[in-house]
Design a protein around this ligand. Structure first.
Ligand SMILES: [Zn+2]
Length: 338
């Protein structure tokens, strides 16, 4: 019927279609979900605006009968380009309203709107060499090229008290400040977005003008999600997660290990870039340096806020150092860090 390969659409649970949308990223696919309910469809996440992704959606729409009037809403988990990029295309194709959490909408129109933000001073302050910082800053122009947002009507804010049929809408911080996760209590299904992934640990990054302690927010979110009854996790990338609580425990351990490694590494003052160089010993692409530094910063700020690491500014650069017992001011000659 169409030239669609059989694994583009899979059906992990009754009435739930998982769609593999190709994205030009190392992760290769964004998984969207088409959830059927009372002969209407809810669509979750979209992909980047590329010709391949548009073609995939056109084939899938024909195959599943996603037409104007059949698609009641499109939900987007968070502002990242691989989730929101096709927003305008989706609005045109299905003539359906698009929704996100309100604060996430502000971010999306800021980042992909006309203004550009200059990240170079921030990255240089944290020790990144000028040329690399300039490259990382330029990435935003690639990102902008794969995102097209509807102007009228724009993406609409979800009401925090909304449920959608049997689905609960969760607002979870850490990966971004307000990621939308869908929870279906009766069926014990959790659409995990990028909050929980099967193999890689989701990126938790510190950037200017966002959550100043994203790792703490993320760990708190994981502890909340851990106690939900969940039989299957349906993520936006990689494989389906059969054991969500078990996977959450692994991710928490990963962050504990990394925090301990950082504490061991910085007995001398280090910029965040220098810490990242020691943590990530395999060669990184310029693209990966962006995340290496912003993730390291999330950890360093987490440790600083818990008084395990000190911070000082010297010559317009920020330096972090593990707070050692013998440096702590105390008449008894040292304080336990607990
Ligand atoms: Zn993401």
């Amino acid at each position: 019927m169409s030239n669609m390969s059989p694994d583009v659409i899979t059906q992990p649970a009754e009435g739930i279609f998982r769609i593999a949308i190709p994205v030009p990223l190392p992760l290769k696919y964004l998984y969207s979900y088409v959830i059927s309910m009372d002969s209407q469809y809810l669509i979750l996440d979209l992909g980047m605006d590329t010709p391949e992704a548009r073609q995939t959606w056109m084939n899938v729409s024909k195959h599943l009968g996603l037409a104007p009037g059949r698609v009641s809403s499109v939900f987007i988990t968070h502002f990242h380009p691989d989730h929101v990029g096709l927003a305008q295309f989706a609005a045109d194709l299905w003539d359906a309203p698009l929704f996100m959490w309100g604060q996430e909408i502000d971010t999306v129109y800021q980042i992909f709107g006309n203004s550009s933000r200059n990240l170079v001073p921030f990255l240089e302050f944290h020790g990144m060499p000028h040329d690399l910082a300039t490259y990382v800053d330029q990435e935003q122009f690639f990102t902008k090229s794969v995102v097209r947002l509807p102007a009228q009507p724009p993406i609409q804010p979800l009401d925090p008290l909304t449920t959608w049929g049997p689905l609960q809408l969760l607002d979870q911080p850490g990966h971004t400040d307000h990621q939308l996760l869908l929870y279906w209590p009766e069926r014990e299904l959790l659409f995990t977005g990028d909050q929980i992934l099967a193999r890689i640990t989701p990126n938790i990054s510190l950037w200017p003008n966002t959550d100043p302690d994203p790792l703490a927010s993320y760990l708190q979110s994981l502890r909340y999600l851990h106690q939900l009854p969940v039989k299957m996790g349906l993520p936006a990338h990689e494989a389906i997660i059969p054991d969500v609580p078990g996977r959450i425990t692994e991710i928490i351990h990963h962050h504990d290990d990394r925090a301990q490694r950082i504490l061991d590494l910085i007995n001398e003052p280090h910029t965040a870039f220098e810490v990242a160089q020691k943590l990530f010993t395999r060669p990184l692409t310029q693209f990966q340096w962006r995340f290496a530094v912003s993730e390291t910063l999330a950890h360093l700020e987490y440790l600083r806020r818990r008084q395990l690491v000190t911070f000082r500014e010297t010559n317009h650069k920020g330096f972090y150092q593990t707070l050692r017992d013998d440096l702590a001011e105390s008449p008894e000659g040292g304080t336990a860090l607990g």
